[in-house]
Design a protein around this ligand. Structure first.
Ligand SMILES: N[C@@H](CCC(=O)N[C@@H](CS)C(=O)NCC(=O)O)C(=O)O
Length: 248
């Protein structure tokens, strides 16, 4: 039995949902409410001491961290593989995954919080703002830097540059092959999809307007059943923060 403790709009959760659907694995989709801080409750912290989503429960055993989870699913459920058979290609896939985790996955948080989430903290008094940051085992300093009004211009600019670099790197790779690793879809592709979808949702799709290979890949991703299943209504920030709808 597989249960995914996650949140509809969380990019890290979407990455796991994409892989579960692509592998045609049935799972119980359990939503944690960020506004109620359910991901910071003592019972959830016992499963995931980082206080972030997603967490996979496999026969009751917790597996944490989205990339660890999708590799675990590959190990345990080899049917409908999303990892190449060749060890060298698997190493290339993991190198992409590490790059995606370090660069775009980190970068997208800055415009996401600036445009969507910071509004929840803008009226907090100093003490409440500090307490809110202190509550987050993994993200205390991130929330401190964000403060009440969002990330600095310098940090925002650096994030946008990182997102642009990612698109350029992907576009170059996709000139050589259909997917990031050769001609089979892999975990590497799905690792980056939630960042791209979020970029579009935040009105940042002009970044890839000249990237033809990337655009072909993005169109192909959006045709997949797993993509349609992952992005159900309510899974995009613009579904919740309606002022963002003009951006898309
Ligand atoms: N490396 C972790 C990061 C997970 C993560 O940052 N999750 C975000 C949502 S995408 C979260 O739960 N944030 C909670 C918060 O900001 O308090 C993973 O990939 O699972």
């Amino acid at each position: 039995m597989i249960e995914l403790l996650n949140n509809p709009i969380s990019t890290c959760s979407q990455k796991v949902r994409l892989c579960l659907h692509e592998k045609k694995l049935e799972f119980v989709n359990t939503t944690l409410d960020f506004r109620k801080k359910e991901h910071l409750s003592p019972s959830y912290l016992k499963l995931n001491p980082n206080g972030v989503v997603p967490t996979l429960l496999h026969d009751g055993k917790p597996v944490v961290d989205s990339s660890v989870i999708i590799e675990y699913l590959e190990d345990v459920f080899p049917e409908n593989p999303l990892s190449p058979a060749d060890p060298y290609d698997r190493a290339r896939m993991r190198a992409w995954m590490r790059y995606i985790e370090e660069v775009p996955t980190t970068a997208i948080r800055v415009p996401s919080f600036n445009k969507a989430f910071v509004r929840h903290y803008s009226d907090l008094e100093d003490q409440a703002l500090q307490a809110n940051a202190d509550d987050r085992p993994l993200r205390k300093h991130f929330y401190q830097r964000m403060g009440r009004s969002g990330f600095s211009e310098k940090e925002t600019e650096a994030s946008l540059q990182q997102l642009e670099n990612t698109i350029k790197r992907m576009d170059a790779a996709l000139a050589q092959s259909q997917w990031l690793i050769g001609d089979e879809l892999s975990l590497a592709d799905y690792c980056v999809v939630p960042t791209i979808d979020r970029m579009r949702d935040l009105g940042l799709s002009q970044i890839w307007k000249e990237a033809g290979n990337f655009e072909r890949w993005w169109q192909a991703i959006q045709q997949r059943d797993a993509y349609q299943q992952t992005y159900f209504p309510g899974s995009r920030v613009s579904d919740i923060y309606t002022d963002l709808r003009d951006a898309t």
